[in-house]
Write a protein that binds this ligand. Structure first.
Ligand code: GLP
Length: 272
């Protein structure tokens, strides 16, 4: 795991955007899984700024939203699809036919989930799964107890996650109890995984995910099994990590190599 600790939320958001931009520049037709929630907002804004000011084009990429509430249509402002449209798609040049979302109102949710998996694999698989993390350590809506091999499916939301999402619905009772989500196995199949976490409320979840055992009780811990997982944190989200000074040392060596030791393809060696 590559642990990148930045000074504050803005710096972490920018760093996450730089990882995404780097991928899109190297592979313009990349397939990206995108998260909803508060955490990615600043990174979406950075990506839109890079599009405007640095002519970063997203015209060839395919985006796949990570998850969606069951029963909430994509044109409902409370849907994750609507949030991702507002925060990202509206400000960049992703083609509408290359933007994919799980339909929360599908007549047959199981079929919708299976079709989603098929679309991803027909297009060559995800190049990057970009994730946030829930306070209980979940990724997507893979709540504690989700199989680490799970694929896109319907999941029951925990009471804690219902509470965390209440503000978007005005009242806790309005929050759907079910959601469609890419599975842990779907996420692990991506060629690269990028998890962004900021703020003190994520510190315990980050600690469990990065330094705890691999367990279905903390689905983000499954990223320990991924050969190319990048965890971008601000100081507040990193504060419970026991080995944070070691992670900083590794990252500063990596950056030094990036400045001084590029190979013929322009890439620096990776250190761990
Ligand atoms: C929900 C979403 C996750 C998201 C998490 C954290 O559970 N399904 O994909 O990562 O919330 O959201 P936030 O970034 O708002 O804290």
């Amino acid at each position: 795991m590559r642990i990148v600790i930045e000074g504050d939320e803005a710096a972490a958001a920018l760093r996450a955007a730089q990882f995404i931009a780097e991928l899109v520049r190297c592979k313009p037709a990349a397939l990206l899984a995108l998260p909803a929630g508060q955490t990615p907002e600043r990174t979406y804004a950075e990506l839109a700024r890079m599009h405007r000011e640095q002519s970063l084009s997203f015209a060839e990429i395919h985006v796949f939203n990570l998850d969606e509430w069951l029963g909430i249509p994509g044109d409902d402002p409370r849907s994750f699809a609507a949030q991702i449209r507002r925060s990202f798609l509206a400000g960049v040049d992703v083609r509408p036919e290359r933007s994919h979302a799980l339909d929360g109102t599908a007549a047959d949710p199981a079929e919708e989930c299976a079709d989603y998996e098929e679309r991803i694999s027909e297009l060559g698989g995800l190049d990057l799964a970009w994730l946030g993390i829930g306070a209980d350590g979940h990724i997507g809506f893979n709540e504690p107890g989700s199989s680490l091999g799970s694929r896109t499916r319907l999941k029951t939301i925990t009471a804690e996650t219902v509470r965390a999402n209440a503000s978007g619905f005005g009242d806790e009772r309005e929050v759907p109890r079910l959601a469609l989500t890419m599975g842990v196995g779907t996420i692990l199949s991506a060629r690269r995984v990028l998890l962004l976490a900021t703020g003190p409320s994520k510190a315990d979840a980050v600690r469990a995910a990065v330094e705890g055992p691999v367990t279905a009780q903390v689905t983000a811990s499954a990223l320990q099994l991924h050969p190319d997982a990048i965890i971008v944190l601000d100081e507040a989200a990193a504060r419970a990590l026991e080995r944070r000074s070691y992670y900083r040392e590794v990252e500063s060596l990596q950056r030094e190599l990036e400045r001084t030791r590029k190979d013929r393809t322009g890439k620096a060696p990776r250190v761990e």
